[in-house]
Design a protein around this ligand. Structure first.
Ligand SMILES: O=C(O)CCC(=O)C(=O)O
Length: 308
């Protein structure tokens, strides 16, 4: 840490959020606990073509909204007593408390699955080709909609789901097994939080193999380096609600399973206020995305991350 940073006296996680819009933990959460939870999740269902409706079933009544986990339909609710390895991990609690204050709350938690190419039926792949957001919930059988399934998602801010809410929350993301370049690792664009909230899809131009120019449509721009978050079981990272990140489709022959938490600031002032004071754009948006039509189906066919 340089002298200027040390003089600011911030917790390293607050410093990392100010600089990069993200903090990656040096230590994983308990890998054995990850493996035990993963075994229970995998024992619950086949993460393959059996997750999906047939084309005729889908076409009989397409539902694009309300297809994500929600209270009462969330697989993690069944494993509530097995989540202390994340929620009470001392490094996680320390860093999150520095950012959000000790009174932080869990806004949302769920299992997120990157479905492998071999498991997504060809008729679905043909329909979603080129879409920026390939959340597969619309095509998943209703009884399995207690998990979020992705076939990649373009660079986005997690503010996308929170119209008119300020960026007073962060995302904590945990790999339950080793994630290599083939397993749909998270791509994260360092420092992109600095422009504040911007509307999805985002204006990104590749400048080299792993760098981008990001423009906010208001005259602001930043140069950003792409991080690819490969890691072992228990690898944990967290990022600001305005930090661009996403995934490519899972290219492995098996699914990628992670835990995703949204954690919100408590009532007191906290490190996140210091972070947000450094942003050069809005902390909240009245519209967060323009890629969907009125039914919630994709009307924009453009994807940046798959070119990365
Ligand atoms: O897990 C994934 O593939 C994408 C997760 C993500 O970016 C999100 O849920 O915001």
């Amino acid at each position: 840490m340089n002298a200027q940073k040390a003089a600011r006296g911030h917790h390293p996680a607050v410093e990392a959020f100010i600089e990069d819009g993200a903090h990656l933990f040096d230590q994983p959460v308990d890998p054995d606990a990850c493996a035990a939870l993963l075994a229970q999740i995998r024992a619950d269902r086949h993460f393959d073509h059996r997750l999906f409706l047939t084309e005729a079933e889908f076409d009989a009544d397409p539902q694009y909204t309300g297809v994500n986990p929600r209270p009462g339909r969330n697989l993690l609710e069944r494993f509530e007593d097995r989540l202390a390895f994340v929620e009470q991990d001392p490094n996680v609690v320390d860093a999150v408390s520095a950012l959000l204050g000790p009174g932080y709350t869990i806004l949302n938690k769920k299992v997120v699955c990157g479905v492998s190419q071999a498991s997504v039926p060809a008729w679905i792949r043909a329909r979603i080709l080129g879409n920026p957001v390939n959340n597969l919930g619309a095509y998943v059988r209703p009884e399995y909609r207690d998990v979020t399934y992705f076939y990649g998602i373009d660079f986005h801010q997690d503010l996308i789901d929170y119209k008119e809410r300020p960026a007073d929350f962060l995302t904590l993301y945990v790999y339950l097994h080793p994630v290599s370049r083939q397993d749909a690792p998270l791509f994260l664009l360092k420092g992109t939080h600095r422009l504040g909230g911007t509307v999805f899809p985002h204006d990104l131009t590749a400048t080299s193999e792993a760098s981008w120019t990001y423009r906010d449509g208001r005259g602001g721009e930043v140069e950003t380096d792409q991080l690819i978050l490969t890691g072992g079981a228990g690898f944990t990272g967290m990022w600001h609600a305005c930090t661009l990140h996403g995934t490519q489709p899972d290219a492995a022959d098996h699914e990628r399973i992670s835990l995703r938490y949204l954690l919100a600031q408590g009532p007191a002032r906290a490190g996140m206020d210091e972070v947000n004071a450094t942003l050069r754009g809005p902390l909240s948006l009245t519209e967060t995305r323009v890629d969907l039509d009125a039914a919630g189906a994709a009307q924009v066919k453009r994807n940046t991350i798959n070119q990365a």
